[in-house]
Design a protein around this ligand. Structure first.
Ligand code: SF4
Length: 713
């Protein structure tokens, strides 16, 4: 056991993987030979009550990596932090002077902590003067954010995890929760076992592990989800289950949205035909929807990663508003985030179209308020570039310095050939990471060694608005530093001394909390003002709590909209008229297959951490493409044979997995494998840079491809 390990402290922290945000006990020091596992589920954490999935249980295997980045690097050479900071700040100052503030950009990640996000956002939007602060969370939940904002006037998740156990009908759309949010799935499965009358419906083009607990699986045509909810809206009126009182007193826009739904999906048979499902199956869902007041619609990437993802979210929300199934126990539209802190980033303005503390540039008076609070000298005045636009602007030479933090866009963004061209063109690429070698760190001019999980200290927010502490229980190895520290050092080197002179991370959290309530009495959407005077000891002892947490209400807020008041100017929710549409990238004669992408059970993102845990490779050892048996036979593709997938953007070589889980004409491939782990198998090579025009979220679930047998087993 190393001396480093001996100085560590046991304690409670939060899992760094998915948006469930499970509480974890880390018992230190440990060694591989310990009889007691060093990682266990926190019995007191309300997300998991002691459970952990296989990824969470394997966290100890990922703590000590042979590939840690241990010292700052400039031009491939190790340097002192001071020198690296000077190199970075000098270049930022020069490009801002010569080309304006929009020549700089941050590209952040749902893996970093809320406090890291807060100072990055403050530096860029208040002090450098650009809103070019975007994040890989754009790839997973941006459409859900815009859907909530259009309907509620704010990015507010109405429900909580307990509602999933209390509902009588759970409609899971575009989610393989059994693999992607395993602890939520386990909670749902346990609830269903206890209450056999509880119905679960899965709407997904693929038959996934989540279907194991479903009473009905609607294997829809890819991207046709909105039609189902458009029809449910019309049918709710026909069936007499409209909550007229709620619609009249708490909403606007119902008649127009209903008219559009009636026109788009005039009958059950036409809707079933549009979606490619049987009338009988659709009728079952319709019957259950009619009969079940306590209904949750649970949705994730399959809805969001679409060129019409925002409309799909609003089609779902419309149905809940029409029937008054919101703000009540076991009822509501519930978007589940992919990443551990996608929600925390949203809270502080970590998206290019946000300002701070749930305020946008378009929020009246918000820009002035934030500028005064920060005493900011160079306030950004307009939205910045969203992820895909940002990398396009980089290739065009408009963004000249990019600081990428804790993410691997060379694998995760669509059209990786374009991302490579963008990073090659960019004059200074700074990457903060705890790993020395990723597909993105090899593109960097400057590398900042970052602390990783169990070393980082701060807060994250899970899918049910619950703020939890990630605790720094292990000391940082080598020269690794916290991301917030590196940002503040660069800010100070740029001349912004006083605004970034934090002595401790709890001061950042307190400032963030104070901004959420600053001159803002009466605003209820995102207020955690209760924490604005938090002491270090209180911050260290913080127990999980759901926002809003306004002054005088330390217990937080379990469920939103119970009073039927929303965050629009008149307090009413908005119906949004929807016309269902298919994905932009559809199969054609030249590209006869539709590629769907997703995740496997035991890997996380681009495997930079889960790839270190040998036991996690046992579940799915290699990248693959799922192909229907009839398609495989027609193309002479044998199970386990190598297949070349080609799209208009690139190609990937994957092993065939012949399976009836996918429909004819569709294929599925997981996204995790990188050049590092399986050369030539990067699935994002194939994905177009098509985005939802409202959210900027890429349509990563839909690409046109053709297949060709390469041979070999
Ligand atoms: Fe971690 Fe998600 Fe598994 Fe919970 S469900 S242990 S948060 S990966």
């Amino acid at each position: 056991m190393t001396a480093t390990m001996m100085t560590a402290t046991s304690g409670k922290t939060t899992c760094p993987y998915c948006g469930v945000g499970c509480g974890v006990n880390l018992t230190l020091p440990y060694s591989a030979n310990e009889a007691v596992p060093p990682v266990s589920g926190d019995l007191e954490h309300p997300a998991n009550f002691g459970r952990l999935c296989v990824k969470g249980s394997s966290l100890a295997q990922t703590i000590q990596s042979d590939d840690r980045l241990l010292t700052p690097m400039v031009g491939g050479h190790p340097v002192a932090w001071e020198s690296a900071i000077k190199t970075v700040s000098a270049k930022i100052a020069q490009v801002v002077k010569d080309h304006g503030p929009d020549a700089f950009a941050f590209y952040l990640s749902g893996q970093i902590l809320t406090e890291d996000y807060y100072v990055a956002n403050k530096l860029a939007k208040g002090f450098i003067g650009t809103a070019n602060v975007d994040t890989n969370s754009r790839l997973c939940m941006a459409s859900a954010v815009v859907g909530y904002k259009r309907a509620f006037g704010s990015d507010t998740v109405p429900c909580n995890y307990e509602d999933l156990e209390l509902c009588d009908l759970l409609i899971m759309v575009g989610s393989n929760a059994a693999w992607t949010h395993p602890i939520l799935y386990q909670r749902i499965a346990a609830a269903k076992k206890q209450r056999p009358n509880m119905k679960v419906v899965v709407i997904d083009p693929r038959e996934t592990a989540t279907c194991d607990i479903s009473d009905l699986h609607l294997a829809i045509k890819p991207g046709s989800d909105a039609a189902i909810f458009s029809f449910l809206l019309s049918d709710s009126v026909q069936a007499g289950i409209l909550d007229q009182g709620f619609v009249t007193n708490h909403t606007n826009g119902f008649k127009a949205a209903l008219a559009q739904a009636n026109e788009s999906t005039p009958s059950l048979s036409l809707t079933a035909d549009f979606c490619g499902v049987s009338e009988q199956d659709l009728a079952s869902l319709v019957d259950w929807w009619r009969d079940t007041a306590k209904t949750i619609t649970f949705y994730s990437q399959g809805v969001n990663q679409s060129s019409s993802g925002v409309d799909k979210c609003n089609a779902i929300i419309n149905c809940h508003l029409a029937t008054g199934r919101i703000g009540k126990e076991g009822a509501g539209p519930f978007s589940i985030t992919g990443q551990p802190n996608a929600m925390g980033g949203r809270e502080v303005g970590g998206l290019a179209n946000q300002l701070a503390a749930h305020m946008d540039f378009a929020t009246p008076g918000a820009q002035d308020l934030v500028q005064r609070f920060w005493q900011a000298p160079n306030m950004a005045t307009k939205d910045g570039l969203k992820a895909v636009d940002l990398f396009q602007a980089m290739e065009e030479g408009k963004v000249k310095v990019v600081w990428i933090m804790s993410t691997n866009p060379m694998v995760s963004l669509p059209d990786t050939a374009q991302v490579r061209r963008a990073l090659e063109k960019c004059e200074l690429v700074i990457v903060s990471d705890c790993k020395a070698h990723t597909d993105t760190t090899v593109m960097a001019d400057v590398l900042f060694p970052a602390t990783g999980w169990s070393e980082k200290d701060g807060t994250v927010t899970n899918s049910e608005r619950r703020i939890s502490r990630q605790r720094g229980l292990l000391p940082a190895p080598g020269e690794a530093k916290h991301d917030w520290w590196a940002i503040c050092e660069v800010a100070k080197s740029l001349g912004f001394q006083s605004a970034f002179s934090y002595q401790s991370i709890h001061e950042i959290f307190a400032e963030h909390a104070a901004l959420s309530a600053f001159e803002n009495n009466g605003r209820r959407d995102f207020d955690i003002g209760h924490f604005s005077q938090i002491s270090k000891a209180e911050y260290d002892a913080l127990i999980p709590v759901q926002w809003p947490v306004p002054e005088g209400r330390p217990e937080g807020t379990k469920r939103m909209f119970e009073d039927g008041r929303f965050f629009t100017p008149d307090g009413r929710a908005r119906f949004i008229g929807i016309t269902p549409s298919f994905p932009k990238s559809r199969a054609s004669q030249e590209w006869p297959f539709t590629l769907n992408t997703g995740r496997v059970r035991d890997q996380w993102h681009t495997m930079t951490r889960t790839g270190d845990a040998a036991s996690l490779a046992k579940h799915t050892a290699q990248p693959y493409v799922e192909i229907h048996p009839k398609d495989a036979k027609r193309l002479a593709i044998k199970d386990k044979a190598l297949v070349r997938l080609t799209s208009p953007y690139g190609e990937a070589l994957l092993k065939a997995k012949v399976s009836r889980a996918v429909a004819l004409g569709n294929v599925f491939a997981p996204i995790h494998w990188t050049q590092q782990f399986a050369n030539a198998s990067v699935v994002s090579n194939l994905i177009p840079q098509v985005v939802d025009p409202l959210s900027g979220q890429p349509e990563s679930k839909h690409a046109q491809v053709r297949l060709e047998a390469v041979g070999g087993i």
